[in-house]
Design a protein around this ligand. Structure first.
Ligand SMILES: [Zn+2]
Ligand SMILES: [Zn+2]
Length: 261
């Protein structure tokens, strides 16, 4: 798993919002596609090689780069049926599967239409499939499962499994017993640690580093990686807070970091 973007809803300097590249053999999957992620993806893989994109929830910082990704799939020379600009032309343009929560088709129409694109810009470029929380999605050897977690709108933690290897992603979540149960015993829990302190008012939507560490401990995970935290928070402070609650070493995601699961 390669971290393409780990910023929260606003990017770090030179950073990107949520996006993680998961590779297993030849199979290549993109987990979330926030602002800046398409550019980062291009440093590591040809975008036409992405087999599937999986979206945890429909917040802007997890979906907005689906727009430029769709533009590439629609307009790039290599995707055209006739030779263009030195590209040979293809009868089989890439059309990755796009797994997204219920309501995604309508949300993508609004995003694209509001941005002056055809409303179907994303739906035409990708093979869009809205998943249900209890679906098990297969992408090559990868099995993908979902767990609703408490956030400001319908949001799913995501498990990606290949044989005995398990990667669990919290997505955005407030404190959650369900998340602990879903992640129990996982090989690597990639967990959000957005907040320097719990929200002062209103409903909770995110975790502090200490709470992220506590979730990792209760779930008995092998490795814990903090993500979705701003470069305006001190990463060493966040790691120390999480390690105290986790009771072991914790890593803080940075862009370009690669994790073997
Ligand atoms: Zn987010
Ligand atoms: Zn969110």
């Amino acid at each position: 798993m390669t971290v393409l973007g780990k910023s929260p809803a606003w990017q770090d300097a030179d950073g990107a919002c949520s996006g993680y590249l998961v590779e297993a053999g030849d199979v290549c999957l993109l987990l979330d596609c926030g602002s800046g992620v398409f550019s980062k993806l291009r440093r590591f893989r040809e975008y036409v090689e992405v087999d599937a994109v999986v979206i945890s929830h429909l917040h802007a910082d997890h979906i907005l780069d689906l727009v430029p990704f769709a533009s590439a799939l629609t307009y790039a020379p290599r995707q055209q049926p006739v030779p263009v600009d030195g590209w040979p032309g293809t009868d089989t343009p890439a059309r990755p599967r796009l797994y997204a929560p219920p309501g995604a088709a309508e949300a993508f129409e609004r995003v694209c239409g509001g941005g002056g694109m055809r409303e179907q810009h994303i739906a035409n470029a990708f093979d869009l499939r809205e998943y249900a929380a209890d679906d098990v999605v297969e992408v090559g050897p990868l099995e993908i499962r979902f767990q609703p977690v408490p956030h400001f709108l319908l949001t799913h933690a995501v498990e990606i499994r290949e044989g005995e290897s398990r990667l669990t992603y919290s997505a955005d979540s407030s404190p959650s017993e369900d998340l602990c149960a879903f992640a129990a015993g996982t090989g690597l829990l990639l967990i959000e640690a957005t907040l320097p302190r719990p929200e002062r008012e209103g409903p909770r939507g995110h975790l502090t580093p200490s709470e992220a560490g506590e979730h990792g401990r209760r779930a008995g995970v092998r490795r814990l990686v903090l993500t979705h935290l701003s470069d305006e928070l001190d990463a060493d402070w966040a790691r120390a807070e999480a390690e105290q609650a986790f009771g072991g070493p914790v890593e803080v995601a940075h862009e370009g970091a690669v994790y073997e699961v």
